[in-house]
Design a protein around this ligand. Structure first.
Ligand code: TXA
Ligand code: MG
Length: 314
């Protein structure tokens, strides 16, 4: 099958099949959120642990009420401000939401993606569960080619070219006070505080983490090549390494990619570079560390730091 017309994709989704589609962040593996067989297929195709819950993608704010109970004022303000866009909110779930989706949690994750093809699919086929369209443990896909790399050339994917942002949405738990960011993304803590009028923290305390944010328990974003912070490496010359640098002055040399402070471009390319390293047989990917001031000032640098740290620890 491979590349799909949007009409074919809608038909497949209505029939309970899973289809990959573009969003502004990464490609999602979509399936009808009200069809348990379809949702089950998503777990099987990805090889995803059943207790790692899925995000439900909707095309308008009103649909949030079909999945969530008691939507707090502050959460409603955030949806108004940032949807459609790269923000996922975790809310108390309605009893009717499939347990398969939420991994048995009392909460459900909702997001309205900012991409015309994604919105058309949802409008026509209904709300879709959509994890990133990669095999579990592989980097998220930012192009149709990445999806086919993981699921085969014949896998149905709606072609939207390369995704704009390249890193997954900010995941925010709005059921807690203060609210908590489980996964940093393009939308920053400061923006969330300003729009909600409430305090927002990064990351739950360690003990709570595994229970409230199951995603943080699993290995993520790991290429086959070993990922390391450049500064943590010994002085040895790594001939078989791909270097990703972002300092203000570019460094010349083989296999060195310079982003010179352009964190947006670095974010949009990171997962492609991970996959490139594997295709080209690099043993290591060495990435320049971020300084605390940059992390504080730049939400995309913080999101990059988060994903790279996971790859380093994998
Ligand atoms: O940008 C994105 O969010 C992409 C695109 C396709 O929309 N989707 C995505 O989905 O990244 P996924 O499944 O790869 O990551 C969803 C994260 C996981 O870490 C999961 O554990 C967490 O959201 N999550 C989902 N439901 C949750 C819930 N009820 N409570 C806490 N965490 C939840
Ligand atoms: Mg994922």
């Amino acid at each position: 099958m491979g590349a799909l017309e949007i009409k074919e994709a809608i038909e497949l989704l209505k029939k309970g099949e899973a289809v990959a589609f573009p969003t502004e962040t990464v490609y999602g593996l979509g399936a009808d959120a009200w069809n348990p067989t379809a949702v089950q297929k998503v777990f099987e195709i990805k090889g995803r642990p059943p207790d790692n819950p899925l995000i439900v993608h909707i095309s308008e704010i009103n649909s949030a009420e079909d999945f969530a109970e008691n939507i707090p004022e502050a959460a409603a303000r955030l949806m108004e401000k940032f949807w459609p866009g790269p923000l996922t909110v975790i809310l108390g779930k309605k009893a009717s939401v499939l347990d398969l989706i939420t991994g048995g949690l009392g909460t459900v994750a909702l997001r309205c993606p900012d991409h015309p093809l994604a919105l058309e699919l949802i409008t026509e086929a209904g709300p879709l569960v959509a994890p990133s369209a990669n095999r579990s443990g592989r980097p998220s896909p930012t192009s149709p080619e990445h999806v086919m790399e993981d699921f085969g050339q014949d896998f149905p994917v709606v072609n939207g070219g390369r995704t704009a942002i390249g890193l997954e949405s900010t995941v925010l738990d709005v059921t807690t006070t203060p609210m908590v960011i489980y996964r940093p993304g393009k939308i920053s803590r400061e923006e969330l505080e300003k729009a909600s009028g409430q305090r927002v923290l990064y990351e739950p305390i360690k003990e709570n983490r595994a229970i409230k944010s199951p995603g943080t328990r699993y290995t993520h974003y790991a290429p086959d090549a070993t990922v390391r912070w450049l500064e943590h490496e010994g002085p040895g010359e790594w001939k078989e390494a791909l270097y990703l640098l972002h300092g203000s002055s570019p460094v010349a040399g083989r296999n060195i990619i310079n982003y010179t402070g352009d964190f947006r471009r670095m974010a949009s390319e990171l997962y492609d570079r991970f996959r490139q390293a594997d295709r080209e047989g690099f043993k290591r990917i060495l990435i320049q560390q971020f300084d605390p001031v940059t992390l504080d000032r730049n939400p995309i640098a913080r999101a990059l730091y988060n994903r790279i740290t996971k790859a380093v620890q994998a």
